[in-house]
Design a protein around this ligand. Structure first.
Ligand code: PEP
Ligand code: MN
Length: 341
């Protein structure tokens, strides 16, 4: 439920509503705009709905939202959430954030070479997997803590922040020690215990859409993190399972445009996992930009043919640089910050 206060409602009027809600055992989350305050209410639906808040002083409207999410909704907060990562990286608002790096961290030299290229071309965050969610238990599982340290060292040399996946909640503290943004992979999107934990931690979270998750399920997963108190969430469309086999997944670009209307959270696209094919990554990255995405996350490897994971969908450095240069006219077209070039 949302309680929309009148323009310039007084502090006492707002506090009174919050008090009543808390007495009823509900949580009140305030979203204070310049003119209006909106109170997002979380609690037992029946109890909260039964409260007679409509006529109270300062209350303009009580919206009984039926969706399974509230805090992530545009109804709750109309202004875009801008996620500020360390070292000046911004995701959301007027910027277009490029996140680049290999599927998995393999060596310090590999990370240094991608980190330099990423920085020079205008990417704002370095990616790399240290704990890898592999379909087969016999595939390369990642370098773990050693990988985190290599990525940190390479990123520090070029002053970039780092995003990496938390595969298991038991590793969350360790990953948070070495990384700036914590990634929840597609396979963990509905790991509710993990979402709860990340909600309590302060670091920005990059939440990837599940392999077969609906838009509503993605938003509900994000709601767990916001409900825990962490509003720094970036959503990522990474393709979904369909009957099509030519591509690894089907990139749901309509979801990007839909999410931008449904939620205030930034939405980025991962065209690498969405297509699984190097030749489709750049066109889909360009399409994502034009569809309104707040950024892209692209797999880049100095020698894709030698990659231990996802080589066929990784761009080499030259192709990555060309993609970045080609973004410039499109960024002007959509009125986004052209800092990526
Ligand atoms: C990744 O980005 O490293 C990854 C494993 O992607 P996903 O969780 O979307 O499959
Ligand atoms: Mn990958």
């Amino acid at each position: 439920m949302l309680v929309v206060m009148r323009d310039q409602a007084s502090r006492d009027e707002i506090d009174h509503v919050v008090e009543l809600l808390e007495e009823a055992g509900a949580q009140a989350h305030l979203s204070g705009g310049e003119i209006k305050t909106i109170i997002g209410v979380i609690g037992d639906r029946e109890t909260v709905y039964a409260l007679e808040l409509d006529g109270l002083p300062g209350v303009e409207e009580v919206i009984r939202v039926l969706k399974p999410y509230k805090l992530v909704s545009r109804d709750f907060q109309s202004a875009d959430t801008v996620v500020r990562v360390v070292r000046g990286a911004i995701v959301g608002g007027d910027s277009f954030a490029v996140i680049a790096g290999p599927c998995s961290v393999e060596s310090l030299e590999q990370m240094q070479s991608v980190a330099r290229a990423a920085k020079d071309a205008g990417a704002v965050i370095l990616r790399g997997g240290a704990y890898k969610p592999r379909t087969s238990p016999y595939s390369f599982q990642g370098l773990g803590l050693e990988g985190l340290k290599m990525m940190r060292e390479a990123a520090d040399e070029v002053d970039l922040p780092v995003v990496t996946e938390v595969l298991d909640i038991r590793d969350a503290e360790t990953v948070a020690e070495w990384a700036d943004v914590l990634q929840v992979g597609a396979r963990n999107m509905q790991n509710f215990m993990m979402l709860d934990e990340l909600g309590k931690m302060g670091k920005p979270v990059l939440l990837k859409r599940g392999l077969s998750a609906t838009i509503e399920e993605l938003l509900s997963a994000a709601e767990y993190i916001l409900k825990g108190g962490n509003r720094k969430v970036i959503l990522c469309e990474r393709g979904i399972r369909t009957f099509e086999t030519y591509v690894r997944n089907t990139l749901d670009l309509a979801a990007v445009a839909a999410l931008k209307t449904l939620t205030h959270l930034p939405v980025i696209v991962d065209p690498s996992h969405a297509t699984g094919r190097r030749d489709l990554v750049v066109p889909m990255a360009r399409a994502s930009l034009v569809a309104g995405a707040d950024g892209v996350m692209v797999e880049v490897h100095p020698e894709p043919e030698r990659a231990r994971c996802d080589g066929p969908q990784s761009l080499d450095i030259e192709a990555f640089e060309a993609m970045m240069a080609d973004f410039a006219p499109l960024l002007r077209l959509v009125g986004k910050d052209a800092r990526v070039t």
